[in-house]
Design a protein around this ligand. Structure first.
Ligand code: LIP
Length: 277
């Protein structure tokens, strides 16, 4: 049977390549920064321009499809996942990295049908690494198959997370306490590359063994989630239960054993849901 979504994926890859080119060009020019929800939540004119480029190109080709885009939601669009074919877009995942020209900057696109992710595209555009995965067909970087590491032992692992200022002092304490708990297992190290989508791809290709995060969004996770599972990785909720795209939290790991150990070590804090309205 023909793969009805493959045409969308092929088109998506071409659009994401163009978006990456726009970002690389913007990195050569002055970058003017605006604040969104807080002084550490940044947006630039390039985030907005790239999201418009992606949505308008896809809309022209697939006019009936739906969209959830980071900057559209920031401008008031709804963030509700339906059964409808839906493109979930982060035009620049790693905006703070982009602003500082720290080289992990990606375009992330996930495509869902009946709330299931059919394919993911993450383009780490400074590194020129195009990660792709179609559900059931494996994961790739620049066309080459990728696989998670064979690591089962967390004490031999490199773990990724992200640390940012949290206005709620309890949340801030919990976040730092979690880093302390993981480091004192001990693990080989913790890294914070600054782009959730890239973090998932780093686990997918075996450069890191796990990644956990509370407080990200569906557009940070949708592209990378299918890439990491198609690369043989495990993706679960921070509680160890099933991964939920709208929950704003996840653990990905090369093995269930490592994911379960992270669940045991870390404390949760309330982050709300993307579809809370
Ligand atoms: C960012 C993530 C980053 C995380 C931030 C933010 P943005 O996405 O990828 O890893 O720490 O909280 O969500 O805002 O650059 O698209």
């Amino acid at each position: 049977m023909a793969d009805v979504w493959q045409e969308c994926m092929d088109f998506g890859v071409e659009v994401v390549k163009q978006a990456g080119q726009v970002i690389r060009e913007a990195l050569q020019k002055d970058i003017s920064v605006m604040e969104k929800s807080s002084p550490v939540d940044l947006v630039t004119e390039t985030d907005q321009r790239v999201e418009q480029l992606i949505i308008s190109s896809i809309k022209e080709k697939f006019p009936t499809h739906s969209f959830i885009g980071e900057e559209s939601v920031a401008a008031g669009a709804p963030s509700v996942l339906t059964d409808h074919p839906t493109w979930i877009i982060d035009p620049i995942d790693g905006t703070t990295n982009f602003v500082h020209r720290f080289p992990f900057v990606s375009v992330s696109v996930g495509f869902t049908v009946k709330k299931e992710i059919e394919f993911g595209i993450v383009y780490s555009c400074v590194e020129d690494k195009m990660y792709t995965a179609r559900r059931g067909c494996g994961a790739f970087c620049n066309g080459e198959p990728i696989r998670v590491s064979s690591q089962q032992d967390i004490s031999q692992s490199l773990v990724l997370t992200e640390m940012g200022f949290k206005e709620n002092p309890e949340h801030f304490k919990t976040m730092l306490g979690n880093v302390h708990a993981i480091l004192t297992i001990p693990v080989h190290g913790i890294r914070c590359p600054g782009s959730a989508a890239v973090n998932m791809c780093l686990v997918a290709c075996g450069s890191a063994d796990a990644y956990y995060h509370m407080g990200i969004h569906c557009w940070d996770m949708a592209g990378g989630a299918v890439i990491v599972s198609e690369a043989g990785g495990v993706i679960v909720d921070i509680s160890g239960g099933p991964f939920d795209l709208m929950s704003r939290r996840l653990i990905v790991a090369s093995s269930r054993k490592i994911a379960e150990r992270i669940v045991k070590e870390i404390n949760q804090f309330e982050v709300g849901r993307d579809d809370a309205g």
